[in-house]
Design a binder for this molecule. Structure first.
Ligand code: HEM
Ligand SMILES: *[C@@H]1O[C@H](CO)[C@@H](O)[C@H](O)[C@H]1NC(C)=O
Ligand SMILES: *[C@@H]1O[C@H](CO)[C@@H](O)[C@H](O)[C@H]1NC(C)=O
Ligand SMILES: *[C@@H]1O[C@H](CO)[C@@H](O)[C@H](O)[C@H]1NC(C)=O
Ligand SMILES: *[C@@H]1O[C@H](CO)[C@@H](O)[C@H](O)[C@H]1NC(C)=O
Ligand SMILES: CC(=O)N[C@H]1CO[C@H](CO)[C@@H](O)[C@@H]1O
Length: 372
C-alpha cells in the first residue's frame, strides 16, 4: 500500500520536481497511512500480536471505542468505584484460557464458579453486558466481547485518573469456557509467594516488571476479609503493626464477618502509584503484594515505580497491553458473541440467563445514552 503510493507520487510528479524532493515528500506521506490514529503519547507501546491492531474497528465500527468510553463514563460518573471491578475482570479473563471473553459467560459450570471468581463484582459483568448491547444495536455481530472487556478496562483506568493509552483490538470470543479447576490453576492466589507469582506470570509471557506494574492495580478497589485473614493470626510481621490492628478490628478473627475494605486507604478510587507507598509501609493486604518487597528480583522495580508516578503509569500501560494480548483468538478463530453472558448456540434461551436482575439490583441502567 505505502509502496504503491510512493510509486504513484514518483511517477506523477517527477516531470516537474527533482527526485530527491519527491522521495522526501512521498515517503513520510506514504508511511502516515500505516500509523494508527489517534496516536498515543507513549513512544514504545507493545507491538500487537498477529491478528490484533490498534484501531481494528476504525472501518467496521467507527464508533466502537467511543461507545465504550461513553457508557463507562456514564457508570463511573455515578460511582468511580465501579472501575476496579471491570479492571479485575480483564485480569481474570486473560489468565484463564486467554483474553477471550470467556469469564463473561454466565453458566453454573463456567469460569465464574471458580473460587477466585467468587469475589468478582456482579455489577462489572452487568456493565459489560450493557456496553455490548449498545454496540450490537449500532454494529451487529462486529465487536467481540473480549474487546469490549479490554476496552472497558482501559477506559476504567483512564477515568479513575490513570493514564490515557491505546490498546490493540481484534480479539475474538471463545466458543466455550474453562471449568473451575482450570480457573484455580491459572489465577494466582493472594497467598502466593514471589516465586509462585513470577512463575504464574511467566507462564503468560509476562516478566517481573509486568508483575510489579500490574500489581499496582491494587491502588483501586476492594478486598474482602477472607482474602487476607491468613495474615492476621498470627500477625504477619510484614504488616505494619497499627495497620494490622485496624484490620483485626474490621475483620475479627474467628468470625464470619467478611466485609470488603479499600485496598488503598490513601486514595481508594484513584489510579495512582500510592500502592507502592503502601507496600513499602507494610500497608498492603495480600501476601502476594507484600512478597514483592522482599524478593531481590522485584524489590528494585517496586522502588523504581514508587519513586516516579509517571514511570508507574507508563509501565502499567505497557504491561496492561501485554496482558490484554495473552493467548488471544484472532482472525477466523472463535466467534463474535451476540450476548456476552451467553454462548451464541444458547442465545435462544438467553432471556433466562441475562443479568437483568443484577442490573436492577446493582446499578442504575439508563434506557438511552443519547445525551452523552
Ligand atoms: C499478582 C497476582 C494477583 C493476585 C494474587 C490478586 C488477588 C486479588 C484479590 C484476592 C483481590 C480481592 C478480592 C476480594 O477479596 O474481593 C483482588 C482485587 C483486585 N485486583 Fe488483584 N490480584 C493480582 C493481580 C491483579 C492484576 C494483574 C490486576 C489488574 C491489572 C488486578 C486488579 C485487581 C482489582 C482492580 C481489584 C479490586 C476489585 C474490586 O474492587 O472489585 N489484580 N486481587
Ligand atoms: C460506590 O460503590 C461502593 C462499592 O461499590 C460503595 O461502597 C459506595 O458507597 C458507593 N458510593 C456512592 C457515592 O454511591
Ligand atoms: C447452554 O444451553 C445448555 C442446554 O440448554 C445448558 O445446559 C447450558 O448450561 C447453557 N450454557 C450457557 C453458557 O448458557
Ligand atoms: C468444580 O465444579 C464441580 C462441578 O460443578 C464441583 O463438583 C467441584 O467441587 C468444583 N471444584 C472446585 C475446586 O471448586
Ligand atoms: C514459595 O512457595 C512454594 C510452594 O509452597 C515453595 O515450594 C517455595 O519454597 C516458596 N518460595 C519461597 C522463596 O518462599
Ligand atoms: C459459584 C459462585 O459463587 N459463582 C459466582 C461467581 O461470580 C458471579 C459473579 O459475581 C456470581 O454470580 C456467581 O454466583
Amino acid at each position: 500500500m505505502s509502496l504503491r503510493k510512493a510509486v504513484y507520487y514518483h511517477t506523477t510528479i517527477r516531470s516537474c520536481v527533482p527526485l530527491w524532493l519527491v522521495l522526501l515528500l512521498a515517503i513520510p506521506i506514504a508511511d502516515c497511512t500505516h500509523l494508527p490514529t489517534p496516536l498515543t503519547d507513549s513512544p514504545d507501546l507493545p507491538i500487537p500480536v498477529t491478528g490484533l491492531s490498534y484501531g481494528f474497528y476504525r472501518k467496521s465500527c467507527p464508533k466502537a471505542e467511543h461507545t465504550v468510553k461513553k457508557i463507562m463514563k456514564f457508570f463511573l460518573t455515578a460511582n468511580v468505584s465501579q472501575a476496579a471491578g471491570v479492571i479485575r475482570l480483564l485480569f481474570h479473563d486473560c489468565f484463564v484460557q486467554g483474553c477471550d471473553g470467556s469469564i463473561l459467560i454466565n453458566d453454573p459450570q463456567g469460569e465464574q464458579a471458580g473460587t477466585p471468581n467468587q469475589t468478582l463484582r456482579p455489577s462489572a459483568f452487568a456493565i459489560i453486558d450493557q456496553i455490548k448491547a449498545e454496540l450490537e444495536s449500532i454494529c451487529p455481530n462486529t465487536v467481540s466481547c473480549a474487546d469490549v472487556l479490554a476496552l472497558a478496562a482501559r477506559e476504567a483506568i483512564r477515568q479513575a485518573h490513570g493514564k490515557r493509552f491505546e490498546i490493540p483490538t481484534g480479539r475474538r470470543d471463545s466458543l466455550n469456557f474453562a471449568n473451575n479447576e482450570t480457573v484455580l490453576k491459572n489465577v494466582p492466589a493472594p497467598t502466593f509467594n514471589s516465586s509462585q507469582l513470577l512463575s504464574s506470570f511467566s507462564s503468560k509471557g509476562l516478566k517481573a516488571r509486568d508483575l510489579v506494574a500490574l500489581s499496582g492495580a491494587h491502588t483501586v478497589g476492594l478486598a474482602h476479609c477472607s482474602s487476607f485473614s491468613d495474615r492476621l493470626s498470627p500477625i504477619d510481621p510484614m504488616l505494619n503493626a497499627e495497620f494490622a490492628e485496624s484490620l483485626i478490628q474490621t475483620c475479627p478473627i474467628h468470625s464470619s464477618i467478611n466485609v470488603a475494605i479499600n485496598m488503598d486507604m490513601l486514595t481508594p478510587d484513584k489510579f495512582d502509584n500510592k500502592y507502592f507507598d503502601n507496600l513499602v509501609n507494610g500497608k498492603v493486604l495480600f501476601d502476594s503484594d507484600a512478597t514483592l518487597l522482599s524478593d531481590s528480583r522485584t524489590h528494585p522495580i517496586v522502588e523504581d515505580l514508587r519513586a516516579k508516578e509517571h514511570e508507574f503509569l507508563s509501565h502499567f500501560a505497557i504491561s496492561f497491553i501485554k496482558m490484554s494480548m495473552v493467548e488471544v483468538l484472532t482472525g477466523s478463530q472463535g466467534n463474535i458473541r451476540k450476548v456476552c453472558s451467553v454462548l451464541n448456540c444458547n442465545t435462544s434461551n438467553s432471556a433466562s440467563t441475562t443479568r437483568d436482575s443484577y442490573v436492577a439490583a446493582d446499578i442504575d441502567a439508563p434506557s438511552s445514552y443519547a445525551s452523552m
